[in-house]
Design a protein around this ligand. Structure first.
Ligand code: PEP
Length: 249
């Protein structure tokens, strides 16, 4: 039985003092859940968030990383750096990074391999545009993104990998994929992973849905056969709302 995982993606929001009070407030609300609760925070909030979340069941993630360990890459942060301060998760290939910061399937793959080499758990984002969905080619696109992101990743590492299916047309738009459509896309991703790594690994893999998840739609989404939780943007910035999502299943 796969564990449910609810990961907040704060994007470029929350100053360190806001991060501290958010975690102090939400920790008692979610302390009894068996679900994995993760907050993926801006770099400047990482250290404060890690300290504040000590002795709670909240895990901390970053939102991006560079694939090299160090070097002349001004403004970048490496997986080794994240690991050195105790970060556990890292979002890789979010559509905003693919769209605005030139992440490609190739750099996503390099980042995934570097994350795993540094004992970080990558949350790999895949998802189609509205145009692709209207052409009915979404499964082709998301299975290709999945295959390329996992190229040369050893089977033994898959237990530390999470995938988030995030249709681009549903991110920050208020439009959520129906539970049925999201579940069917996630089944296609799981099928692709089964082709590469075999059924047992695929059926153990955690695959999240992301795209306008809120307290009033999370339960329906998370109770489907293949959706193992959510990657939550806007609704993860509100303590009460995010706590409700974490406790909805
Ligand atoms: C996201 O940023 O990954 C996301 C899904 O955003 P939102 O929940 O706001 O659509």
């Amino acid at each position: 039985m796969r564990k449910k995982v609810i990961a907040g993606n704060w994007k470029m929001n929350m100053l360190p003092n806001e991060a501290i009070s958010f975690i102090e407030n939400i920790a008692p609300m979610v302390k009894d859940t068996k679900n994995e609760v993760i907050l993926c925070v801006p770099y400047v909030d990482l250290f404060y968030s890690l300290l504040t979340s000590q002795n709670t069941n909240i895990k901390i993630g970053a939102q991006n990383m560079h694939w090299e360990e160090s070097g002349a890459y001004t403004g970048e942060v490496s997986g080794k750096m994240l690991q050195s301060i105790g970060v556990e998760y890292v979002v890789i290939g979010h559509s905003e990074r693919r769209q605005y910061f030139a992440d490609t399937d190739e750099t996503v793959n390099k980042k995934v391999r570097a994350a795993l080499a540094n004992e970080l758990k990558p949350i790999i984002c895949v998802g189609e545009t509205l145009e692709i969905r209207e052409q009915g080619k979404q499964n082709e696109v998301i299975t290709t993104q999945t295959r390329l992101a996992l190229e040369a990743v050893e089977a033994s590492k898959l237990e530390n990998v999470l995938i988030a299916y995030e249709p681009i047309w549903a991110i920050g738009t208020g439009k959520t994929a129906t539970a049925e459509d999201a579940n069917s896309a996630i089944k296609a991703i799981r099928g692709e992973v089964a082709k590469i790594y075999g059924e047992p690994i695929a059926s153990n893999l955690t695959i999240l849905y992301g795209g306008s998840v809120k307290a009033d739609n999370s339960k329906e989404l998370f109770e489907t056969s293949d959706i193992d939780g959510g990657l939550v943007g806007g609704a993860s910035l509100k303590v009460e709302e995010f706590a409700k999502i974490c406790l909805s299943v």
